[in-house]
Design a protein around this ligand. Structure first.
Ligand SMILES: Cc1cc2nc3c(=O)[nH]c(=O)nc-3n(C[C@H](O)[C@H](O)[C@H](O)COP(=O)(O)O)c2cc1C
Length: 184
């Protein structure tokens, strides 16, 4: 049995010192990594996108052979301890996850969905089934749950049940009928 059915290429980590997010911040940088990976595997390749210029970079990644896009990686933030005047995390800046990034992520999923035809994995601040449903309506075909697992290790299971209940409440036979069903 293969170890992995496919790969998610991270071109957008904001937390490493040398150029982590930078390589995924331009169409040329992101698609050059994608093209290099495409040459060495036939397995599905998703790209984890930086939260910048997503529509243009998504088009470049689709052209370079991406099978899907994970939208988005965390957004750089800062937190200062006002008593010590030092950063509350290990570096001056760090990746911001969770509910504060959710609505930015929904907007970016929607922008990417307008730009490309490949599947989108919605990522960012999914704490409830409704949060996941927003990504589906914006055009994602699946969602990832990160920070919620630190709050509650059973979060993903609860979110899946809530998402199922929401889909049933919408009167559809298949949740895929709701992908991109946002009404402007
Ligand atoms: C502790 C932690 C570690 C993370 N490590 C990675 C990583 O190695 N690669 C990556 O692409 N994203 C990483 N992320 C970002 C998440 O995959 C995700 O894009 C982001 O946290 C937003 O989703 P969430 O709000 O559901 O956590 C990490 C997030 C957290 C909280």
């Amino acid at each position: 049995m293969p170890l992995a059915a496919g790969y998610e290429i991270n071109v957008s980590c904001p937390n490493i010192a040398a150029g982590g997010a930078a390589m995924g911040s331009t169409p040329e940088g992101a698609s050059s990594v994608m093209a290099a990976c495409r040459k060495v595997t036939d397995k599905p390749l998703f790209v984890k996108m930086a939260p910048v210029n997503v529509a243009e970079i998504a088009k470049a990644l689709e052209t370079a052979g991406a099978d899907g896009l994970s939208v988005i990686n965390s957004i750089q933030g800062m937190a200062i301890d006002v008593h010590t005047r030092k950063s509350r995390v290990a570096k001056p800046k760090g990746g911001l996850s969770g509910p504060l990034c959710h609505h930015i992520a929904v907007r970016m999923v929607w922008e990417v969905a307008q730009a490309v035809d490949i599947p989108i994995n919605g990522v960012g601040g999914v704490m409830t089934g409704e949060d996941a449903a927003e990504f589906i309506l914006a055009g994602a075909t699946c969602v990832s749950v990160g920070m919620a697992n630190f709050v509650d290790p059973c979060a993903s299971i609860k979110i899946a049940h809530e998402l199922e209940a929401w889909a049933e409440s919408q009167g559809v036979k298949d949740i895929n009928e709701l992908v991109g069903a946002f009404e402007c």
